[in-house]
Design a protein around this ligand. Structure first.
Ligand code: HEC
Length: 467
């Protein structure tokens, strides 16, 4: 059996937790990347029309949108893409490690396609009007297919993070078993649909600036049709996607997501449909400012709740239903020679086995109990429960202000050991460490109580879960 937990130092982000940092960067990245993949398909489809119907004037628009993409999507995308890597590497080193051990060649392949994509967009903008239209059209299709291939490869990785949906990979450790998981096709369909919708909305920003009214009408209608197709396809894909989610995700969706999420998403959906329908009907009335506003609505009220939910419903896991988001490995994966950390934690505790415990906390004395409790709580719980009074599932709120150590300890027992709450991971801390965490949490409660006297109802309302 292992002697040391394979853990890295924890990145502690007060109040919002590291998951939100990821969520914010991720949302910006998704906006930029889906816009560019969607636009690549728009270019290919629109240019096919331009060549078939001999309408070279449409190419003017593709040029404009292409330059816009270079400045907007590719710069923002290339900043936030590595940004995600930096953030997840500190927020979730075990999670990233797990992904790299499965998908290193998938990422390598993705990188090749990405290179084709970036060279493609430069070449296609630069070569408009300089080479024969049919050759240019081929170039644009290469750009579109390469762009979509990057999405396809990343979606395989993202959906592995959600879950596998079967036992194969745990036994074989094979990349294909990891990649073609239950969730993959529905997720790919969903993102593909979304890319059409967002590229349609962003496209309006540039369509509104076209001087020639016939061209403007043509393009705005084209965008609207593409956007509507994306929205309707997206709704179907969403229904399929939900069917492929694991049980814990369904429970969290039903019971844990903030109440505003579902109504907000429906409102955005309705607004998007109306927006596209209206711009198809009255293309010349579409103003640039309005298209900008619509893009912002989709990004802020649509994408953010969606990305946030996807991060939340995966809980308690960060990847493959074997790594908790606090970095603990929760099951054996024979196919990868990975062993669960839980038996070691149960037997020896975190303080004796975590490689980054300060020497002063290795042995518990009368004076370091609180710090030791804080260490265990921050390493094992803070990824999902904020230790501050507000933010992500604050610990003190769970305790409803209780400062009674025995009571808290009993309550923690209910949460930590049974794995009965499907979305709260089983973390079998030994008796001693549960005691230390309870003492630390009691001190947190005391502290917040003196800060805000509003929590007067305090300890007697605490539901006893017992152990
Ligand atoms: C992977 C994320 C995650 C980690 C890590 C985590 N929790 Fe939780 N915990 C949850 C979720 C999700 C819930 C249920 C949602 C809610 O009630 O807000 C929950 C609920 C709880 C509850 C309330 C249980 C009940 O009966 O309603 C307690 C107590 C608790 N956690 C304690 C802890 C402690 C102590 C740790 C660290 C040793 C910890 N949690 C680590 C996600 C986590």
């Amino acid at each position: 059996m292992q002697e040391i937990l394979g853990l890295y130092p924890s990145w502690y982000v007060p109040t919002i937790g590291s998951a939100w940092v990821m969520g914010i960067i991720g949302t910006i990245h998704v906006l930029a990347s889906h816009t560019s993949v969607g636009a690549s398909w728009l270019f290919a489809l629109l240019e096919t029309k331009a060549v078939r119907e001999n309408k070279p004037e449409l190419m003017e628009y593709i040029k404009k949108y292409g330059v816009f993409l270079l400045v907007f999507s590719y710069i923002i995308g290339s900043i936030t893409g590595p940004g995600i890597w930096y953030a997840i590497t500190v927020a979730s080193p075990k999670g990233v490690g797990g992904l790299i051990h499965n998908f290193v060649w998938v990422w390598a392949a993705e990188w090749v396609y990405f290179t084709v994509e970036v060279i493609g967009v430069y070449a296609l903008v630069y070569l408009i009007g300089k080479i024969d239209p049919r050759t240019h059209l081929k170039l644009t299709w290469v750009f579109a297919l390469a762009s979509w291939a990057t999405m396809l490869l990343i979606v395989g990785i993202l959906s592995f993070m959600m879950w596998l949906g079967n036992e194969n990979w745990y036994q074989t450790g094979s990349t294909l078993d990891a990649f073609f998981n239950l969730n993959f096709f529905a997720h790919l369909g969903l993102r593909t649909a979304f890319m059409f919708a967002i590229a349609g909305a962003v496209g309006g920003i540039l369509a509104a600036t076209m001087k020639n009214e016939t061209v403007r009408t043509d393009i705005t209608r084209f965008l609207a049709k593409m956007g509507l197709a994306g929205v309707f396809l997206g709704m179907i894909m969403w229904m399929w996607y939900v069917q492929t989610l694991p049980e814990n995700a369904k429970i969290i969706m039903q019971t844990q997501l903030p109440g505003y999420i579902a109504p907000t998403l429906f409102a955005v959906l309705a607004a998007t449909i109306i927006y596209f329908a209206w711009s198809a009907w009255k293309p010349l009335q579409l103003k640039q400012g309005f298209a900008v506003a619509m893009t912002a609505v989709i990004a802020i009220a649509g994408l953010w709740p969606e990305e946030r939910s996807r991060e939340s419903i995966r809980k308690p896991y960060v990847a493959g239903q074997y790594i908790y988001s606090n970095q603990t490995i929760s099951r054996d994966v024979p196919g990868k020679q990975i062993e669960s950390n839980l038996p070691l934690i149960a037997e020896k505790g975190v303080l004796a086995t975590h490689p980054f415990v300060p020497e002063t906390l290795r042995t518990i004395t009368a004076t370091n109990r609180l710090q030791a409790g804080e260490f265990v709580a921050k390493v094992m719980c803070a990824n999902c429960h904020s230790m501050e009074a507000s933010g992500l599932r604050p610990m003190v709120k769970k305790l409803q202000g209780s400062t009674d150590v025995e009571q808290i300890k009993a309550y923690l027992g209910g949460a930590l050991y049974h794995g009965l709450i499907p979305y709260m991971p089983r973390i079998p801390l030994p008796e001693m460490e549960r005691q230390l965490v309870a003492e630390y949490l009691a001190s947190l409660s005391k502290h917040t109580m003196t800060l805000s006297q509003t929590q007067t109802h305090a300890s007697n309302t605490l539901v006893m879960k017992g152990d």
